[in-house]
Ligand binder design. Structure first.
Ligand code: PLP
Length: 360
């Protein structure tokens, strides 16, 4: 099966081989050596000198860690949302007692940094901004650099969901001065689900020292204490670490800029196909994501037939719409282990499935 959903993504053979290895003691030297090898490689990918922690959890756990480690109940948070995952991040802050001031956009739109400036001006008590870099539900990449610049003007914390972008789309955490940045192993990293990564700035550490939200499993202080010995406070997903170690070598061997350029080329092919078949992208093209292409299903298209034909006749699995876009949108995942040739084969298969998915 060619898995072309926006995560989990396919893993290269060497990664699969690595995750099949026998277990090792997570309190022993070989694990610590591996962990001490992986962390600097992750820092390279995050383009940061800040701490980067590996948490055994999914991306959502990573988002939760950002919230509980930097905020206190009653803190005002600007919850910026352009879709399903932006709403999830804001909801998480709210559940932990933050007073969330929503800055919500219609799904398919990208954030206008001037709106962030206005919201921060109108609400001087805001402590932090939660924002999604790449909104997987709508295939939209926010202008994060510009958003971050605005947040800096007001000296607030910026907590970033980069689950489906980091590793595939340029995101220099230090150059953009981001406070907590979260990603997840099952996306562009080419490894199975199970790990989230969190980079933590000096500013975030200061906030952490005063933050009162309840935290235990995701406590960054505990993570840092154990990381000093190449360990984690709790039993880590050792097999995913094995895969990640190999995947990071593959990535750094290709080079970050080359990876970003490949994702751009593959995404361009997907977008070109969509337009040439008379269909519409969900976002404005200048904000269209290089990791997932979201497409409005034409009136005469049976989306579930399209997806099932691709699956059963072409062994290609793509995704439907999420939340309010269910049944109205389909999404092509093209992140991680994917080439231009793969996308050419995909568009061929999609053409055949499209013909069969026309409503009578
Ligand atoms: N944020 C974004 C942008 C995502 O794409 C996802 C997963 O699809 C998540 C958060 C949640 O990650 P997980 O499903 O690993 O908890």
């Amino acid at each position: 099966m060619h898995l072309r959903i926006p995560g989990p993504t396919p893993c290269p053979d060497d990664v699969l081989k690595a995750i099949g290895r026998q277990m090792i003691n997570h309190r022993g030297k070989p694990f610590a050596e591996m962990s001490n090898r992986i962390t600097p490689k992750l820092q390279q990918c995050f383009q940061t000198k800040n701490d980067v922690f590996i948490l055994t959890t999914s991306g959502t756990g990573g988002l939760e860690s950002a919230v509980v480690n930097t905020l206190s109940p009653g803190d005002k948070v600007l919850g910026v949302s352009i879709g399903f995952f932006g709403e999830r991040f804001a909801e998480c802050a709210q559940v932990y007692g933050a007073e969330v001031i929503p800055l919500k956009y219609e799904w398919g739109k990208a954030v206008d940094p001037d709106d962030v400036r206005k919201a921060l001006k109108d609400n001087p008590g805001i402590k932090a901004v939660t924002v999604t870099h790449n909104e997987t539900s709508t295939g939209t990449t926010n202008p994060l650099k510009e958003i971050a610049r605005v947040v800096r003007e007001f000296d607030k914390l910026i907590l970033v969901d980069a689950v489906s972008s980091l590793s595939s789309i340029d995101l220099p955490a230090d150059a953009w001065d981001l406070d907590v940045v979260i990603s997840g192993s099952q996306k562009g990293w080419m490894v199975p689900p199970g790990l989230a990564f969190a980079s933590v700035s000096e500013r975030a550490w200061k906030a952490h020292a005063a933050a009162k939200m309840p935290r235990f499993y995701f406590d960054y202080t505990r993570a840092k204490k154990f990381a000093a010995d190449g360990q984690t406070p709790w039993t880590p997903a050792v097999s995913v670490y094995f895969g990640l170690d190999v995947a990071l070598d593959i990535m750094l061997n290709e080079g970050l800029q080359n990876i970003f350029a490949r994702h751009q080329r593959v995404a361009d092919k997907a977008r070109k196909w969509v337009k040439s078949r008379g269909m519409r992208l969900v976002p404005e093209e200048r904000f269209a994501s290089n990791t997932v292409t979201a497409v409005h299903a034409p009136e005469d298209m049976d989306v579930s037939k399209f997806l099932s034909t691709l699956r059963t006749e072409h062994q290609v699995e793509i995704a439907g719409g999420q939340g309010i876009m269910k049944g109205k949108v389909f999404r092509i995942g093209h992140l991680g282990f994917i080439s231009e040739k793969d996308m050419d084969e995909m568009t061929e298969a999609m053409d055949k499935a499209l013909a069969k998915a026309k409503k009578a």
